[in-house]
Design a binder for this molecule. Sequence first.
Ligand code: SF4
Length: 302
Amino acid sequence: MRVVNAPAEISRGTPQRLSNTAERLKKKLERGVGQAIADFDMIGDGDTVMVCVSGGKDSYTLLSCLLALRERAPVDFRIVAVNLDQKQPGFPAEVLPAYFETIGVEYRIVTEDTYSIVRDKIPEGKTTCSLCSRLRRGILYRTAREIGATRIALGHHRDDILETFFLNLFFGGRTKAMPPKLVSDDGEHVVIRPLAYCTEADIARFARAMDYPIIPCNLCGSQENAQRKHVKAMLQGWASEHPGRIESIFTALANVVPSHLMDDALFDFRGLTRATEVAEGDTAFDPPDLPAATLGGIRILG
Ligand code: SF4
């Protein structure tokens, strides 16, 4: 289990004491978040953004970026940091309230003993994460209603999106990733992922530089899903052995050509005639042209 800093150390994360590394990463991450917000029109004037903060590196970073961007945004929006205390054994309940007080953000701590429910319902040795997160989702939706949130902001980043894409591809038979903005599964909320363009490596470096009081999500002792671990390792291997590959795949998620896939719900293959307009016609026996600058359209900020 990772060490959780004492609340007294939290003030190290305040902007006045940023190192050069943290300052540089902060700018880069804020640029990525600003770009994602603009590209997907994530936040508008008068929105109340409920930022889900688990105490992990991603959610601390998300909160930091949103607070910084709000300062200079042309629109006015409210931020409410929300943490759910699920009564996991060893959860340091005092850490996040102290942190939120220190940085002066509006916050709400929701306490619900989902841990006992999960322990009660799932036999020993079985994976608990799916029930745990389902319960957590329901509570967060209810909280969003209570505080009048018009947006629920989650800390998923570029690598979460890519991992989900490959998990769906390898094990789910679907070309589907994790959306930067979508309506929640209960149809009531708009969920946004402002870190969509930010890499996990940058977030991890920033969180270390900021010395955030990290709370691990494996307090319950659950193991990370084996398939996700496998996909993560595969992507990390590609990143070191094939520079640019990850960026190209991520760019591809925003450049879908339905006529060159096989989903007739997206492209009317049956009704196709010579008059049908297509973005790129078939090149028959010739291999498709790969753009010379394959990485030209990449959205990841370097
Ligand atoms: S690791 Fe534990 S706390 Fe996190 S989702 Fe899984 S069961 Fe829940």
